[in-house]
Design a protein around this ligand. Structure first.
Ligand SMILES: [Fe+2]
Length: 452
């Protein structure tokens, strides 16, 4: 069989980044191996999948309509696969149909909720950054409503809440261009209501994709990819640009503090989409994150200006200084960990190796204590998406569990959900759920156990 390729002048519409055009429901999926019976719930993953036609020359990867793919597992069986567009107003304009009810006034910004999908307080939400509110989905991925979290969300949400494993709270960093030079930190309680928010003034309006937490701090990534009002006024659809004159710094906000309590630490210019984790070590905060040397300077369609590598920073809040070194120099993205250790000292991270055209190729596990890397390379046949770690019941160690990831089979042009033993990712998967369709490479997903 030959390898299937799809060509576009835009790399973010090519090969397995090309969108799919149908919503599909398939039940009783074929499985190879044995799905662990303790996995009862849904693996859900969101990503941009433009409905209708797009301009290949100007299309920005981050702006495609959101599509959530889901696989339900129960008692060792793969019950269904579904993919559904998140039916925000912009999607309904293309596909028709009635937009979902909204908790917000008519003029509130709602756009493609295309970046992540989470379960919290018994609800499922498709989420995005840059000003969009959470969009609630039903168990079978139908769009339910545009939510304001029971009237408690001041305005915008984020694509990357961090759950504190001790409290269950979600920590969120939101931004929206119309706020000017300011972002907003939010805490959402286990009841699904915002219980605290802090406005943080900044020198500009950075694209603030993610945050990290430690036991006592929230890390604010004030980095030099910033909003450009002139570009926005001139109709640029993605008006965030690299700015050499903007100081790169990371802020340590005490978890219950105010903006004036933040200790700002200058760092070498770079961009961070995703931290792997952060934790405190004496007077320092240790941050592991995928470091991009630069983004959105010359390449305006996606992040493609230098190799994204796993880097460790030591941030000294007392002295206001930082030092850094590379942990794993293989280009990568979508770092995940055992999230029972979010904000705490940890050892293992999982990520997706990144090749040409942001192709997700390799499945990697990095021991951040010593830099030892295990890689699963099945090129040219399989490419691996974001690896999600799920602890085994009664787990005895940090990596005692499963790594769950979507992979694309370039021979059959279909996708699988592959479940690996996290202690043996280079061995055959424990189970493979075979989908009869292709799932384009996307952004982020999660395992959502039933009842969550
Ligand atoms: Fe992300």
């Amino acid at each position: 069989m030959s390898t299937i390729e799809r060509h576009s002048s835009n790399p973010y519409l090519s090969n397995n980044l090309a969108p799919v055009h149908e919503e599909v429901t398939v039940t009783n999926l074929r499985v190879t191996g044995h799905i662990p019976t303790e996995l009862s719930g849904r693996y859900l993953r969101n990503g941009p999948n433009p409905a209708g036609s797009v301009d290949e020359n100007t299309h920005h990867w981050f702006l495609g309509h959101g599509m959530v793919h889901g696989i339900r597992l129960d008692d060792g069986r793969a019950m269904w696969y579904r993919n559904r567009w998140v039916r925000t107003n912009d999607v309904c304009k293309v596909l028709g149909g009635t937009p979902p009810p909204s908790d917000w006034p008519k003029d509130h910004p709602t756009f493609s909720a295309n970046t992540n999908v989470i379960g919290h307080a018994g609800h499922t939400f498709a989420i995005v950054e840059g000003g969009g509110p959470p969009v609630e989905l039903g168990y079978e991925l139908d769009t339910v409503r545009v939510s304001n979290l029971h009237g408690t969300l001041p305005h915008s949400f984020s694509a990357h809440p961090k759950r504190d494993p001790k409290t269950g709270d979600l920590h969120v960093m939101a931004y929206y261009w119309a706020w000017g030079n300011q972002v907003q930190y939010l805490v959402v309680g286990v009841d699904g209501r915002v219980r605290r928010h802090v406005d943080i003034p900044l020198p500009g309006g950075p694209m603030l994709h993610d945050l990290a937490i430690t036991e006592h701090y929230v890390l604010v990534f004030d980095l030099p990819c910033v909003f450009n009002l002139d570009a926005a006024m001139n109709g640029v659809s993605f008006p965030y640009f690299w700015n050499n004159d903007y100081e790169a710094r990371i802020g340590l906000l005490p978890r219950e503090g105010q903006a004036t309590d933040i200790k700002w630490i200058p760092v070498d210019p770079c961009y961070i989409f995703h931290p792997m984790n952060a934790y405190e070590d004496g007077d320092e905060v240790v941050l592991d994150a995928v470091r991009h040397p630069k983004v959105f300077d010359r390449d305006r369609r996606g992040p493609n200006e230098g190799s994204p590598v796993l880097t460790r920073w030591w941030l000294d809040g007392k002295r206001g200084t930082a030092r850094s070194s590379i942990v794993n120099d293989r280009p990568q993205e979508f770092p995940r960990i055992n999230e029972e250790l979010t904000g705490r000292r940890y050892r293992f991270g999982y990520s997706s190796g990144i090749g040409t055209g942001f192709a997700q190729d390799t499945l990697m596990k990095t021991d951040v204590d010593n830099g030892f890397v295990q890689s699963r390379v099945d090129q040219p046949r399989y490419g691996y998406g974001e690896p999600v770690f799920v602890s085994r019941e009664g787990a005895k160690s940090e990596d005692d569990g499963y790594v769950i990831t979507l992979r694309h089979d370039t021979q059959s042009d279909t996708s699988d959900l592959a479940i690996f033993d996290a202690q043996a990712i280079t061995e055959d998967p424990v189970a493979v759920v075979h989908l009869p369709v292709r799932v384009p490479n996307g952004f982020h997903g999660n395992w959502i156990p039933d009842g969550n």
